[in-house]
Design a protein. Structure first.
Length: 543
């Protein structure tokens, strides 16, 4: 028998070598496909920065104030209309990170950093789906959620909430499914300290821990497993430490409870805060909605499958997370991306046994099936709405700042145009970034930094009612109007047309986003004499 052993090894050696080769090829296939999906995501995030809309300019200015002066604004110092109005600066840390990156690498560096962090976040969720289900399930679902994820292509503080929620889920699932020891969970309160100072959605970390604590409690009450008692105690400690960690922000406890009250004093109907129901009732053509419905259908069917065919994967915590993120998405379309991110691993776990056990040695069939599935899914998603993926509305592909994006601000500074400025909501971050503290804005794009009555009684009426405009303009002494006329609200468009035709105001600057008008009897008369534009040209271009 001893003499036969070498022969037995010789017989099995070729088979083992083939299996090892196939396993390496299978592994390489997974890496390449995952990389391709993540790279496609990165490509759709590669948009040049347009400071004339959004909040980025203000975030950068926040960071500059902290880096240079150690200041975290607690009052509305960017606005001369309500300079002492208090507010909670719930994302000051993001401004510090963004400003530091922009100072080191410019806007190109900021774009690259945003894309890199976003791609890492997507990889975390794909990896979770693959690890706790199978690659053949995870890859198609990753492609299905991609159309929603690419809608969030601006560098915003929410970037960090996506990242931290993925890290929280990775640690919690690692403990839940026995891959990590309990001590790993003590990383969560540390992460929460950063999260609470980076974005207002830090409370999601607390929710993630709470749902799995609740799952353990229910398991103990229904199954009476003694070992669950230790899980309950451990998760309770981690939850309490995470809540305490959330208090380590400039506003303390007020900052912790702020997410639940921020919309109570929100005077601007920001479309991102609209619910799905409101979008449907208004008949608004919101293109991502169809892809949201597809993802919702997928995760719903995954739960039906799990109940019927895969009960071993049923998890109360996972179900609660599915319901929680669906509720978030339904209540505000800005949360679609959160729902998409979490739908990926949650649906994958439910569908774990759909294709049977993953065979790492059966190379060709699995690669063929996954490849065909991915190609088919991509084709269907594109055919639903081809313009969604290729339309110019997605913005110019690239990194860094759009060409001549700061031209309007440079004009204001070069010509030493004197305020007070009247500006619209959208262009505020741009003006804050380029002009503060030399010139302050009338309004900036933080509704929570103004009383509701400011918008309902002043800002909106003055754009619709000429008497209100005349009275408000007299009260504040506006000498210049800076308006992002691409705002495309009927109110804003009509207001600009009336101002261009108003003999008291002269258009002196116009580009593809911004129009500047100076008051004829104000201190900017030399600018008018030098730069006044024909009204006909302005009206034609702005329309």
């Amino acid at each position: 028998m001893a003499k036969r052993r070498p022969a037995q090894k010789r017989v099995n050696a070729p088979r083992i070598a083939v299996e090892q080769t196939q396993e390496r090829q299978q592994w390489l296939f997974r890496i390449l496909v995952t990389a391709l999906i993540v790279l496609v995501y990165g490509f759709y995030l590669a948009h040049q920065v347009d400071l004339t809309v959004g909040d980025l300019g203000r975030h950068l200015k926040n960071g500059q104030l902290f880096i240079e002066n150690g200041l975290i604004p607690k009052i509305n110092l960017y606005s001369y209309a309500y300079p002492d109005y208090p507010f909670i600066n719930h994302h000051w840390g993001t401004g510090v990170v963004f400003y530091s990156i922009e100072r080191l690498g410019g806007f190109a560096g900021l774009s690259v950093a945003f894309i890199a962090v976003s791609m890492v976040t997507f990889w975390i969720f794909i990896n979770l789906a693959t690890k706790y289900s199978s690659f053949a399930i995870a890859a198609p679902i990753a492609v299905i959620v991609l159309p929603i994820l690419i809608t969030r292509h601006e560098a915003r503080p929410e970037l960090f909430s996506y990242l931290f929620s993925g890290l929280f889920l990775q640690l919690l699932w690692g403990y839940k499914y026995g891959r990590l020891g309990f001590r790993w969970l003590f990383i969560l309160p540390i992460l929460e300290i950063f999260w609470v100072n980076l974005h207002i959605y830090f409370f999601i970390g607390v929710v993630l821990i709470a749902v799995y604590l609740l799952e353990s409690v229910v398991s103990f009450l229904t199954k009476k497993k003694p070992q669950v008692r230790g899980e309950i105690a451990g998760l309770t400690v981690v939850l309490l430490l995470t809540i305490l960690a959330a208090c380590l922000n400039p506003a303390g406890i007020s900052g912790v409870i702020y997410p639940f009250f921020i919309l109570n004093e929100y005077g601007v109907p920001v479309i991102e805060n609209y619910s799905v129901g409101a979008i449907l009732r208004a008949g608004y053509n919101f293109l991502p909605l169809i892809y949201f419905v597809i993802i919702f259908s997928l995760i719903s069917l995954s739960w039906v499958y799990a109940v019927i065919k895969n009960r071993s994967s049923l998890s109360l915590g996972n179900f609660l997370l599915s319901a929680f993120f669906f509720a978030m998405a339904w209540s505000a379309i800005r949360n679609f991306a959160f729902f998409a991110y979490f739908a990926l691993p949650l649906a994958a776990v439910n569908l774990k046994n759909l294709l049977g056990e993953e065979d790492k040695t059966s190379l060709s069939p699995s690669i063929l099936k996954v490849s065909v599935a991915l190609i088919g899914i991509v084709f269907v998603l594109i055919m639903i709405n081809p313009a969604y993926f290729v339309s110019s509305n997605r913005g110019r592909v690239g990194i860094g700042l759009e060409e001549a994006n700061g031209a309007a601000a440079e004009f204001l500074r070069k010509e030493k145009i004197q305020g007070p400025i009247f500006n619209n909501f959208d262009v505020a971050g741009y003006l804050v970034y380029y002009l503060f503290p030399g010139l302050r804005v009338f309004v900036d794009n933080r509704p929570e930094a103004y009383p509701v009555r400011f918008f309902t009684d002043i800002y909106f009426p003055m754009q619709s009612d000429e008497t209100k405009w005349a009275d408000t303009s007299h009260d504040y002494g506006f000498n210049v109007i800076v308006f992002n006329y691409r705002e495309r609200s009927a109110r804003g468009e009509q207001f600009i047309v009336r101002r261009v035709l108003d003999p008291m105001w002269a258009p002196v600057y116009l580009d593809k986003n911004i129009i500047i008008l100076a008051k004829r009897d104000g201190p900017n008369q030399p600018v008018i004499a030098k730069y006044e534009l024909p009204k006909e040209r302005v009206l034609m271009q702005s329309n």
